[in-house]
Design a protein around this ligand. Structure first.
Ligand SMILES: *Cc1c(COP(=O)(O)O)cnc(C)c1O
Length: 413
């Protein structure tokens, strides 16, 4: 063991990216608050496979309670239930499969998709690539994922274009199956007008899924809900990742469901060897694609009890405030431009120069090693993304980033 650990330090650690570093401003965070790490250590040590209620009753019961605590924390209505998945990608795939089954009268699983017509799913051009992949593997096909342009300060899907696209498809003999909305897109934080999208879905009886993988965590703060969350309660399925901003160690994605029945009708399968006797119980593996399940609820319990919602809210509020401050600092730098203003704690900027210069600056910053940023594309131009969200980052860490950016840029200019 000594030799193995020695090799681990020597060979593996130098090749790891330090996601828990307070000056990690790339991608989105994958926070691991210490109490949630402790829970993960317990879960790993117990090493239970929690696929059915009877294969670890406490895991199922705690999961039910944690989903409900988070439902309340996000201001979602009574009666919404949910399940913990490994990732937003899996939750989105579950929702897309449910859209498919619902639109085919729950016959797709049995008969395949031959002769079902072209099922169509709608979203904006700001969605995460997990939506594309869900449509690939669900048999919908990329060509039947209709991506519509966005408008306004939060880059929301254009409702008139959405309505027109659905009308055109119906007239063309296609079968609209569902709409996927976003709160907090990955590129620049795009947020759809949830009421407007839900109105259109209701009019056409379409199943709705809301991807709030990153920004869902911020909805524990009531002050963000008016602008970004109004109407969320109308969605059939909502996903958010406590393993991003909230602080629950990876992996942990919550899928809320207004009514679990359509997803159970899509995914539930009960061979003899998985049948259990006795009272009616919840078997969460019937709600998801994998059968085997880790005990993910424990880290949420530890997290929420240690910090309380107020402790977690204070962090998120600080991150949003500091993101605005550092954006102002960058904007004040000669020739620098804020390309998208902060949505919650995410904004983007450009340094003077062409697209290639943006990439050069990102690479030079990452070689420098004091801060970590990544690039993106917006409106056909390369941008530099900046998000604040690491659990223990401080105002000094965040503001210092602007100085580092300026200093490193001067070495290139
Ligand atoms: C991170 C992210 C995803 C993918 O999340 P996984 O849990 O890694 O599958 C999907 N959508 C958005 C908006 C995200 O930020």
């Amino acid at each position: 063991m000594e030799a193995i650990m020695g090799d681990f330090e020597r060979i593996v650690m130098p090749g790891m990216t330090h996601w828990q570093h307070p000056r990690f401003f790339a991608y989105f965070p994958a926070n691991a608050a210490p109490p949630s790490m402790l829970a993960e250590m317990l879960v790993t040590t117990i090493a239970a496979q929690c696929m059915l209620w009877q294969t670890s009753p406490a895991a199922t019961e705690v999961e039910g309670v944690m989903v409900d605590w988070l439902r309340q924390a996000l201001g979602l209505p009574d009666g919404m239930t949910g399940v913990i998945q490994d990732s937003a990608s899996s939750a989105t795939l579950s929702a897309v499969l449910t859209m498919r089954e619902r639109a085919t009268g729950f016959t797709g699983n049995r008969q395949g998709l031959n002769a079902k017509g072209a099922l169509r799913i709608y979203c904006s051009d700001q969605v995460h690539s997990s939506i594309d992949r869900a449509c690939w593997v669900a048999g919908i096909g990329q060509d039947n994922l209709v991506k519509l342009p966005t408008h306004g300060p939060t880059f929301a899907i254009d409702p008139d274009m959405l309505e027109a696209a659905i009308q055109r498809d119906i007239a063309g003999g296609h079968v609209p199956a569902g709409i996927i909305a976003i709160t907090g897109g990955t590129g620049v934080g795009a947020c759809d007008d949830l009421e407007a999208v839900a109105d259109i879905a209701a009019k056409h009886d379409l199943y709705t899924h809301l991807d709030a993988a990153w920004a869902g965590s911020a909805m524990i703060c009531p002050e963000f809900r008016d602008a970004l969350w109004a109407g969320a309660e109308r969605y059939d399925s909502i996903v958010f990742n406590p393993h991003k901003w909230l602080g629950a160690q990876f992996d942990c994605a919550i899928q809320f469901l207004k009514d679990a029945t359509p997803q159970l009708n899509t995914l539930k399968i009960e061979p003899e060897y998985l049948k259990t006797t006795g009272a009616e119980v919840t078997n969460y593996s019937e709600w998801t694609i994998p059968l085997g399940r880790r005990f993910r609820a424990l880290k949420i319990w530890f997290l929420l009890r240690s910090y309380g919602l107020d402790g977690l809210r204070a962090r998120i509020r600080n991150h949003v405030t500091w993101a605005n401050e550092v954006a102002q600092k960058i904007e004040a730098m000669e020739g620098f431009e804020i390309t998208t203003a902060p949505i919650l704690s995410l904004f983007s900027f450009r340094c003077p120069g062409d697209d290639e210069m943006q990439q050069q600056l990102v690479d030079a910053l990452n070689d420098d090693g004091r801060i970590y940023l990544t690039q993106g594309m917006f409106d056909g131009r390369k941008i530099i993304r900046f998000q604040v969200g690491q659990f223990d980052t401080t105002r000094d860490d965040v503001l210092m980033a602007a100085d580092v950016i300026h200093e490193v840029w001067e070495t290139l200019a």
